[in-house]
Structures are given as structure tokens and as C-alpha cells.
Design a protein around this ligand. Structure first.
Ligand SMILES: CCCCCCCCCCCCC/C=C/C(=O)SCCNC(=O)CCNC(=O)[C@H](O)C(C)(C)COP(=O)(O)OP(=O)(O)OC[C@H]1O[C@@H](n2cnc3c(N)ncnc32)[C@H](O)[C@@H]1OP(=O)(O)O
Length: 717
């Protein structure tokens, strides 16, 4: 786990060996502890070089061990102190990544040499933690408080060049880093004054004071204010500020005590567990499977080097940028000339002149590409026509994909020569920024087509999740009951402000009504018209608030009839200073409108609590998540949670809807749904689904055991 060799006559080379990222699990900690002691007492050894096996220095503490209440083996703090106190100089040779505990390890060394492609950072904040093995105390002493706080709070990866400028690395080189680190100590040894034997105190960060900072109180007050406004209820970022403040104001040993105390408050917290669950959920999508039994490890992706994007509205432009950035040569097709010219300018701006993109008004331009992404208007008839044409135009074997967010993939596949080559690639706006990609397989999609789309998602840096074909797939299907509840709550007496405040306090960056205003109320209106829920021919003679025997809220339709589409028209659920305005203000018109609506329908407004808002909106969404699992549309709760965290801004520190349900307690969710369904029997989305009932009846197993219950449940359906 930590290999020990004496090289160049006098240098102890310690190499961490724990593939794939050399995480510091118990055996590695044990190995480090023993080899440092050995280097200390080995008379042949004058200096030490610390490196990582296979081009990766160290990816930090082993996150899989964190569930363990008492971590076995020596503690990282103890190992790092042992290393810092060594009388022989220790040089970290950093290749690949030095992250989290890996960077803390490097900071406990006396010198750090990095490869030019190396990256360092403290991503702990993304795991609901902060650098709690000395990192929060040593980094500010090395690079100063502002730079350290920025690195710790953002969790960003710092490139070698920047790390050198900050003083985090002593040298950056392009050659073999380990050889350079060994030579570094040898060469220094031959010159005057030599490293070996030189007093190392200034290189022991624990012995150094923090560089002074003017207006320290004001600096930290400002930092805390910023963090509070951005953290959306997450505690870890606040702790980062507290710990760095400790480094700036306390002697090292006192700062370490503070760090330990703060880490103790986070380590086993619900937020830390949720964030760490998200880390693994993000990666779980890569191990996809289909109901046919096809899997990620048995299917080979086709090589893709050229692609066409059909339709250059907002989504098509973003998709073009994402594909071009992934190194593909892209043909961007738009039949409307003015739109094509505008898109060309927008895409070039986003790509800053880079990327290989050509433009055409003619579908024929897609004839020779390996893959097509259709991103035209959400209209089945138009899409069917395009798929038919593509099937005739494209060379045999071209993968035909659609960016539809709700429509039936199988119907599109049936318009083509080779339905097995058709899959959905559902991007999220803005497509070149949002991390999520839903890869939708229909009953006839081939495993190879799914593997290819998944592989392409990875190349684009997306969190890709393979899902089955149904209206809305996973994300939008679950969103529907959530939106529905929000509208019902308005009918019953809530305001958009009340609903949004509850959801924002929960951790969403935007409440449901602000989000609707941003994405445009007309989008849902169009979908509801397609579904036959609203429109002139539908509403005549029907009760306004009932569709197909179920409760229906026409509020969104009425808003659109008033021309209130949201930000784009300057008014929606809120008022904006102009069309395209971004700052939402309460609108007295809406208050009147709701009062009149309630009066017209004999509804009496009641007081609605934030708790009811959360339970009605979130439990309805979660309930649909269980149905998605039950139907086999998503393969696991982890896949659903990844979709919600990376596509719908579900707060990471809440772990995704299914994880949240497990934290709240399945029995409590079931009880809540039963309660609300009794009060609203005409709302089927509030009726607890059978899988949830069955899970509760099985004693509410932990989330990683749900799949066993799902399997048993499906076999009985
Ligand atoms: C009351 C109690 C008081 C507390 C007392 C307890 C004391 C405990 C002390 C704790 C000290 C805390 C201080 C230290 C904290 C940390 O170090 S936390 C970890 C910080 N590091 C990270 O967050 C890095 C995470 N990894 C990555 O970002 C990436 O993996 C990478 C290194 C950038 C490499 O990326 P890539 O090449 O794309 O590979 P991946 O697919 O992401 O990963 C490959 C597989 O490796 C697994 N993995 C990665 N990192 C870790 C890790 N740190 N621990 C465990 N496993 C890891 C990853 O899941 C992949 O696995 P598979 O999916 O199975 O392939």
C-alpha cells in the first residue's frame, strides 16, 4: 500500500499504491506511517520523496470508509505531523491529482514539486466536509488567507501553473516528476546551503504564522455573508470560513483543536452523508443496464467523430457547443436562414472561435455523419417528418438521436429504417453547461446505440443516466406532480412567494414559480394543449377544474391566456421591470387574480404552512420516483437522484429526492402521502404507490437495498 525503496543512494522513495486514485484507506495510512518511521531511522537515507503510483499522487481520504464511525488504522493528522516533524527533508512529487487528504499530505511535506498537468485542490466542501486533517490550518499559512479560503470554499481544482504562482507548489516541471523530485534533493544537497541537514523550520507549515491580513474582521464578516447567501442551507461552506478564521487568528495547535471540533460536527451529519451519497450516485450512472440484461460492461460503443445537430434554437446551439468542445466535427443544420445566421454568431461566440463547426440550411449535410441529434421544436409531427428524412439521407449505421423532453422515442424510431439505431439524448438547458444527460432507450434501441450515447455523454463531461421510454422519462415525469401540487396550493390559499420561499429554504436555487417564469409558462401550456388538457376545443362544456375525472388546475393556462409567459413578457407569477427582466417582484395583479379565481370557484383560502408546501410538493415528486422504479424506467434510486441533483438543481446536501425520502423515513413519507390523499382523493399523484408501501412493510431497508425489494415487487406484478 506504501512502497519503500532507497534510490540514488540516499533518497527514500515512498510510493502510495491504491488504484485507481490512491485513496488513503486504512492500509495506506498504516503503510505511510510505517515507511515514514523507517525513512526516519534508516541511516542510509538523507531525504524522502513521496509519490503516487500510476501517475496519480493521491485522491484524498477514502470516501467509502466514511460511514465507519471509528476509522481503523492511524489517523491522518497523526501521520501528517510525523512527516512534518521529520528531520530529513520530505519532497512531494505530484503527478495527476493531489486532492483533499492528498493535498493535506503534500502540505505536510517540506517541498512540493508538481507536473505541469497536475491539479491540486480541496473538494471536501462537495462532500459536506472541509479539509479537516490539517489542511484548513496549513494552506492559509502557505498561500495567505484570501487564496486559501477561495480554494477551500469553492472546492475547485487548481492547475499547476496557478498553484506555482500562489506558492502552493515550489516547482512545476514537464518531465518525470519523481525523477525531478529525487534530483531536486540531490542537487540541492551538492550546492550550498544543502537541503539535507538544512534547518527545515520555515518549511514546516505548522511552525509558520499566517501571512498578516489587513481588515481581518471585515474580511471574514464579508466572507461569511457571501457564504450564507450562497450556501442554500449547506453547513460545510460556513465551517470552511470558521476553520480558516481559526488559522488566521490562533496558534497552530489551537487551530488544529478548532478544526477537530468543527469536523466532529460535520463528519457524521445528515448533510455529509447526503453529499457523499451524491458523489457515488454521480458515478453510478456509468454502470447502466437495460431490462433486456444488456449492460455497460458487455456492450461496446461505436466510435463517433462527426455529428449533426438539427434545429438551432437555444437547445440546438448549446448541444452544438457541447459536441464541438468534446472534439467532434459538427454539422449544424437549420432550415430557417435568419435563424441559421443568428445561431452561427451565437455558437462562434460561445466557442470563442474554437471548435470544428460547419453550418447548412439543408438536411442533406448530415449524410455522412456518425450521429445526429435532432433538436427541433417539440412537435411530434415535425419530428416524425425529420426522422423519416434522416433515415433516407444518412449513411447506413448513423445513430439517430432526439433531444425531446417528453415525446415517445419508439414512435420516432418507427419512422426510420433502423429503429435499433434510435435513442433519446435529453439535454438540459443550457446544454453546454448543465451536467445532466438522460439517455433514453426505447423497446427497440440496441445496446450498442445506448452504449454509444452514454460514451458520448462522458466525452462531453456529462453525468449520463440511461432511462426507459415513457412520457417525460424520469426527470420531467417526476416534475409533473410537483408542479401540479404547487398550482393546487395557490388555489387553496398560498401565494407564489410562500411556495417559493419554502422551496428555496429547503435548498433549491429558485422556487417553482420563479423557475416557471424563467423557463416560460408557454412551454407547459403548449404541452398541455398537445395532451388535450386545454385549448378551445377541449374546455368548452367541461368543468374547468376537472380533467379525466381528476382534479386539474387551469391557473397556468389562464395566465398564458393573459399573455403572462414569465420573464420573457415581463410578467408571469411575478412582475419584472421589463420583458427579459430578471428581478422578480410581487405582483398585486396576481393577488387579485387569485382572489377572483377562488371566489369564482367557491374556494376558501386557508393558511398554508411551509411544511405543507414541502410535503405536498416533494412527497408527490418522490411518490412518482417510486413509480418510476416500480415501472423499471430508472434502474436505481441513485440514478433518479443523479438526475435530480445534476438536472433539476436539487440541493446536493439533501442527496436527491429518493435519498431525502430515506433520510426523512419511508414510513413518514407514506404517512404524509396517506394524509394528503385522504384530504384530496381526486389527486391520484398523492396516492402512495405500491412499491413505497412494500418498502415500508419490509421494514424500510437502507437505500442501497431497495433494488432487492424492487426486483421482488416487479416479479409479482
Ligand atoms: C465524530 C467523528 C469525528 C471525525 C473523526 C474522523 C476523522 C476522519 C478524518 C477525515 C479527514 C478528513 C479530511 C480529508 C478528507 C478527504 O480527503 S475527502 C476526499 C477528498 N477527495 C475528493 O473528493 C476526490 C474525489 N475524487 C475525484 O474527484 C475523482 O475521482 C478524481 C480523483 C478527480 C479522478 O477522476 P476520474 O479519473 O474521472 O475517476 P473517477 O471515475 O471519479 O474515480 C475512479 C474511481 O475511484 C473512486 N474514487 C475516487 N476518489 C475516491 C476517494 N477519495 N475515495 C474513494 N473512492 C474514490 C470513484 O468512486 C471511482 O470508483 P468507481 O465508480 O467504482 O469506478
Amino acid at each position: 500500500m506504501a512502497q519503500y525503496r532507497v534510490v540514488s543512494g540516499s533518497v527514500a522513495l515512498i510510493t502510495i499504491q491504491n488504484p485507481p486514485v490512491n485513496a488513503l484507506r486504512a492500509a495506506v495510512r498504516e503503510g505511510l506511517f510505517n515507511t515514514i518511521k523507517r525513512a526516519s531511522s534508516d541511516p542510509q537515507v538523507r531525504s524522502v520523496v513521496l509519490s503516487g503510483h500510476n501517475g496519480t499522487f493521491c485522491g484524498g481520504a477514502d470516501i467509502k470508509e466514511f460511514g465507519n464511525v471509528s476509522l481503523p488504522g492511524p489517523h491522518l493528522v497523526e501521520i501528517f505531523q510525523l512527516m512534518e516533524d521529520l528531520v530529513k527533508p520530505v519532497v512531494a512529487a505530484i503527478e495527476g491529482f493531489a486532492l483533499g487528504g492528498g493535498l493535506e499530505l503534500a502540505l505536510a511535506c517540506h517541498y512540493r514539486i508538481g507536473h505541469s498537468k497536475a491539479k491540486v485542490g480541496f473538494p471536501e466542501v462537495n462532500l459536506g466536509l472541509f479539509p479537516g486533517a490539517g489542511g484548513s490550518q496549513r494552506l492559509p499559512r502557505l498561500v495567505g488567507v484570501p487564496a486559501a479560503l477561495d480554494i477551500i470554499i469553492t472546492g475547485r481544482h487548481v492547475a499547476a501553473g496557478e498553484a506555482l504562482k500562489l506558492g502552493l507548489l515550489d516547482r512545476v516541471i514537464d518531465q518525470n516528476t519523481v525523477d525531478a523530485a529525487v534530483t531536486f534533493s540531490k542537487i540541492q544537497k551538492c550546492t550550498s546551503p544543502p537541503i539535507s541537514g538544512k534547518p527545515l523550520d520555515n518549511h514546516r507549515l505548522g511552525n509558520r504564522p499566517c501571512p498578516p491580513l489587513e481588515n481581518m474582521d471585515a474580511f471574514f464578516e464579508e466572507a461569511m455573508k457571501r457564504v450564507h447567501s450562497r450556501a442554500r442551507g449547506a453547513v460545510a461552506p460556513i465551517t470552511c470560513v470558521q476553520a480558516v478564521r481559526g488559522a488566521a487568528t490562533l496558534p497552530f495547535h489551537k487551530g488544529m483543536e478548532l478544526e477537530k471540533m468543527l469536523l466532529g460536527t460535520l463528519f457524521n451529519s445528515a448533510q455529509a452523508q447526503a453529499s457523499q451519497y451524491c458523489f457515488f450516485a454521480e458515478r453510478a450512472g456509468a454502470r447502466w443496464s437495460m431490462p433486456s440484461g444488456a449492460r455497460w460492461d458487455t456492450c461496446k460503443a461505436k466510435p463517433i467523430s462527426t455529428a449533426a445537430v438539427i434545429g438551432l434554437g437555444t437547445m440546438g446551439r448549446g448541444i452544438t457547443v457541447a459536441l464541438a468542445r468534446a472534439g467532434l466535427s459538427v454539422v449544424a443544420v437549420e432550415t430557417q436562414e435568419h435563424q441559421l445566421a443568428e445561431a452561427q454568431r451565437a455558437v462562434s461566440r460561445m466557442l470563442k472561435g474554437g471548435g470544428r463547426v460547419s453550418y447548412s440550411p439543408d438536411l442533406q449535410a448530415a449524410a455522412e455523419v456518425d450521429l445526429v441529434v435532432e433538436a427541433v421544436f417539440e412537435d411530434m409531427a415535425i419530428k416524425e417528418k425529420i426522422f423519416k428524412q434522416l433515415s433516407e439521407v444518412c449513411k447506413p449505421g448513423t445513430l439517430l438521436t432526439t433531444n425531446t423532453s417528453t415525446l415517445d422515442i419508439d414512435r420516432l424510431a418507427s419512422c426510420t429504417r433502423d429503429p435499433q439505431l434510435v435513442v433519446g439524448m435529453h439535454f438540459f438547458a443550457p446544454a453546454h453547461i448543465m451536467r445532466l444527460l438522460e439517455v433514453v432507450y426505447g423497446p427497440r434501441s440496441s445496446p450498442e446505440a445506448v452504449a454509444t450515447a452514454m460514451q458520448l455523454g462522458k466525452r462531453m463531461g456529462k453525468v449520463s443516466v440511461a432511462v426507459g421510454n415513457c412520457t417525460g422519462f424520469v426527470g420531467n415525469r417526476m416534475l409533473k406532480p410537483y408542479l401540479e401540487q404547487a398550482n393546487f396550493l395557490l388555489e387553496e390559499g398560498a401565494t407564489p412567494e410562500l411556495v417559493d420561499a419554502a422551496l428555496e429554504e429547503f435548498g433549491f436555487p429558485m422556487g417553482v414559480f420563479k423557475m416557471s417564469d424563467l423557463s416560460g409558462l408557454d412551454v407547459g401550456w403548449r404541452v398541455r394543449k398537445e395532451e388535450g388538457l386545454t385549448g378551445p376545443g377541449v374546455t368548452a362544456g367541461q368543468p374547468m377544474r376537472i380533467r379525466h375525472g381528476r382534479r386539474y388546475s387551469p391557473l397556468g393556462d389562464l395566465m398564458c391566456e393573459e399573455g403572462r409567459y414569465g420573464q420573457k413578457t415581463g410578467s408571469g407569477w411575478y412582475l419584472y421591470d421589463k420583458p427579459g427582466g430578471r428581478v422578480a417582484r410581487s405582483d398585486p395583479w396576481l393577488r387579485n387574480f387569485l382572489e377572483q379565481y377562488r371566489a369564482r370557484h367557491g374556494l376558501v383560502a386557508r393558511r398554508i404552512s411551509q411544511q405543507e408546501v414541502l410535503e405536498r410538493c416533494l412527497y408527490a415528486l418522490i411518490n412518482e420516483g417510486f413509480r418510476v422504479l416500480e415501472d423499471g424506467i430508472a434502474a436505481s434510486p441513485q440514478n433518479i437522484d443523479a438526475i435530480y441533483v445534476f438536472g433539476y438543481s436539487w440541493p446536493k446536501h439533501r442527496g436527491g429526492p429518493m435519498f431525502y425520502a430515506s433520510q426523512v423515513g419511508l414510513a413518514r413519507v407514506l404517512e404524509g402521502l396517506n394524509h394528503y390523499h385522504q384530504a384530496h382523493p381526486d389527486v391520484p399523484h398523492l396516492e402512495p404507490c405500491s412499491l413505497l408501501r412494500r418498502l415500508v412493510a419490509s421494514g424500510s431497508p437502507p437505500i442501497n437495498k431497495w433494488s432487492e425489494v424492487v426486483k421482488g415487487h416487479r416479479s409479482q406484478l
